[in-house]
Design a protein around this ligand. Structure first.
Ligand SMILES: [Zn+2]
Length: 281
């Protein structure tokens, strides 16, 4: 799907195996920036390279032209095919400094954040060619520049990427979708990051990883809804924890979801861990 003059979107469906008889249907978006060379923003889950190469073929390009992979962060559904694509193209891989070690050693990531189906979703560890920091600029040729905006919260090294000339803002998982299961490491940082994105001028298109492209006035609405949603969660978690200071994290999570009218989910441990971070600040 073409988004702007140089940006194309690809929706990658996948399954998260929860146990031998149950899997969760998910999807993730990754993005192609076609300049003088090709830059991929995230690579989906393992074995997504075929879909990505097919899209490039449809656009008249070859996988060997991929010069750069920029990771919005290092979670499995964003780095899954990076090893395979680097193997084919010998491209440079970039990720925020905070997440470098999780991409370069996936077993460390699994030990610290053991999400269901991890080893089915990730193709392998990859060496990082450039560690990114807030304010960095990634030159793609043809006058195209991706500006790095550090938007931590979902993970410590989550970044957003702004292609200012076309008003395209790619946010990875930094912006939660109101009403969907929130997953973050640091609730306060997550709110500050969404506020920062709300303050960014000139955004014409918002490209998250778990939402379809949002254009024009929808951009501010989606960001505003995300901030309101994070603030509502924060209030609810703190109210319930104040009523029962000995409550377990699992019960707290169930009560928050009940109170907010949300159904229970099989990924409860990840959500429970998110809500615990609301109690730290
Ligand atoms: Zn993520």
């Amino acid at each position: 799907m073409q988004i702007s003059e140089h940006v194309h979107a690809l929706r990658i469906p996948f399954k998260v195996p929860l146990n031998p008889s149950l899997s969760l249907d998910r999807f993730v978006y990754c993005y192609v920036v076609l300049g003088e060379n090709i830059c991929l923003v995230d690579t989906g889950v393992a074995k997504s390279e075929g879909m990505i190469f097919d899209l490039l073929g449809d656009l008249g390009h070859d996988p060997g032209e991929i010069r750069t992979i920029v990771q919005t962060h290092s979670h499995p559904d964003h780095i899954g095919s990076t090893k395979a694509i680097k193997g084919v193209s010998n491209c440079d891989v970039m990720v925020h400094n905070e997440e470098r070690r999780w991409l370069e050693d996936i077993e460390t990531q699994f030990a610290e954040r053991p999400v269901p189906g991890f080893h089915d979703l990730v193709g392998g560890s990859v060496s990082v060619d450039r560690a990114l920091n807030d304010g960095d600029k990634i030159e793609l040729g043809d006058g195209l520049t991706l500006e790095v905006i550090h938007t931590p919260g979902h993970s410590s090294g989550s970044i957003s990427l702004f292609l200012r000339g076309e008003g395209v803002l790619i946010t990875g998982d930094a912006v939660p979708l109101a009403g969907e299961m929130p997953v973050y490491e640091d609730a306060t940082a997550s709110m500050r990051s969404v506020e920062r994105l709300l303050g960014l001028g000139g955004v014409k298109v918002l490209l998250g990883s778990w939402d379809a492209p949002r254009y024009g006035n929808e951009v501010r609405r989606i960001l505003g809804d995300a901030l309101g949603y994070l603030e509502e969660i924060d209030r609810t978690v703190k109210e319930i924890a104040a009523r029962d200071q000995c409550i377990s994290s699992t019960l707290l999570c169930r009560k928050v979801l009940d109170e907010m009218g949300m159904h229970q989910v099989p990924t409860l441990p990840l959500v429970a861990r998110s809500f615990q971070s609301n109690l730290i600040s």
